[in-house]
Design a protein around this ligand. Structure first.
Ligand SMILES: [Fe+2]
Length: 317
């Protein structure tokens, strides 16, 4: 039996077409094979930190508006995207001014970095303050107004690229998977204190506070695909290195003296940066500062829980 490699390979074939199509539907068919259309390799989600975008959002000269953290060119995605399923933005709203949004998303996650104000969503209103987290249903316009005395800066995450991938539209008429949900800063603090008071074993991956709602209580997420958690790290503590198939985008709220290790590479933290932890990468976050680090994390973990493919493991066992 010959061991010589074949001179031709199905991997080198271009898209094949019907030889004699009888209809337009047959003509539009394309045929690939295991050699050229299986285990497709797309540009990986990079180990990246957005620092110019928050600097612009925090600049008093920046007008009211949205600033995208957009990696779509690198990722080869035809719509603005931070990761394949999520889009992170900063919003600056000048004192007394209004920002209107109407995202093609099923849900919108918001963290209040600076300032106070209100958001109107349908017939509901949220009065927000620094450190608050809130979630809004997609499919209806949202109106943000900053208080008349000071500018506001928000961190906003949506799943617009997820919907765009399937050419889906935002749900209308109350079809969104989430209602309006508000997590005020003082309640977040209380819940984190409770987590530390009770403690945990080393088999639990961290001390994150995970946000959910009455409607999402069964899946313990905030949206079917996206999970949101306020993670914290006491001074002198390092996470156990681990990996999972979900990506993470994190807003660094407080992180003096903190850094991450991503696949063996050190990544410094800076306040208000949005940092991406790529899927599957072995990673750990380290606090060598004097205060408790705080970082808000959005992951596409829901889709991996649902497909039974989270792939979580500690890397030190
Ligand atoms: Fe992680």
């Amino acid at each position: 039996m010959s061991t010589t490699a074949p001179t031709r390979s199905i991997a080198d074939l271009p898209a094949q077409r019907a030889a004699a199509p009888k209809t337009a539907a047959q003509r539009t068919a394309r045929y690939f094979n295991t050699g050229n259309a299986f285990n497709i390799q797309l540009p990986p989600i990079p180990d990246h930190a957005f620092t110019a975008e928050p600097a612009r959002a925090l600049d008093p000269d920046t007008p009211t508006g949205l600033i995208d953290c957009d990696l779509s060119a690198h990722l080869q995605i035809p719509v603005p995207a931070t990761t394949p399923l999520s889009l992170v933005r900063y919003a600056r709203i000048r004192a007394g001014e209004t920002l209107n949004t109407d995202f093609a998303a099923s849900g919108v996650i918001v963290y209040v970095m600076v300032g106070s104000g209100q958001t109107i969503c349908g017939d509901e209103q949220i009065d927000w303050n620094p450190g608050d987290v809130f979630v809004l249903p997609g499919g209806i316009p949202h109106r943000y107004r900053a208080a008349p005395t000071a500018d506001a800066v928000l961190w906003i995450v949506t799943n617009e690229p997820q919907l765009a991938f399937e050419h889906l539209r935002a749900p209308v008429g109350g079809g969104a998977p989430t209602p309006v949900v508000h997590y005020p800063a003082d309640e977040i603090e209380r819940q984190i204190d409770l987590i530390y008071e009770i403690g945990r074993g080393q088999d639990i991956a961290g001390s994150a506070l995970i946000f959910s709602s009455e409607r999402q209580e069964a899946i313990r997420n905030v949206l079917p695909t996206l999970t949101v958690a306020m993670n914290s790290l006491p001074p002198g503590v390092a996470q156990r290195p681990h990996r999972h198939n979900s990506m993470a985008v994190a807003l660094i709220i407080r992180g003096d003296g903190c850094f991450s290790m991503i696949d063996g590479k050190r990544k410094e933290w800076s306040q208000w940066a949005t940092t991406i932890t790529p899927p599957v990468a072995v990673h750990s976050h380290h606090n060598e500062g004097d205060g408790r680090a705080m970082f808000l994390i959005v992951q596409d973990g829901g889709i991996y829980y649902y497909t039974r493919a989270m792939g979580f493991s500690f890397a030190d066992v």
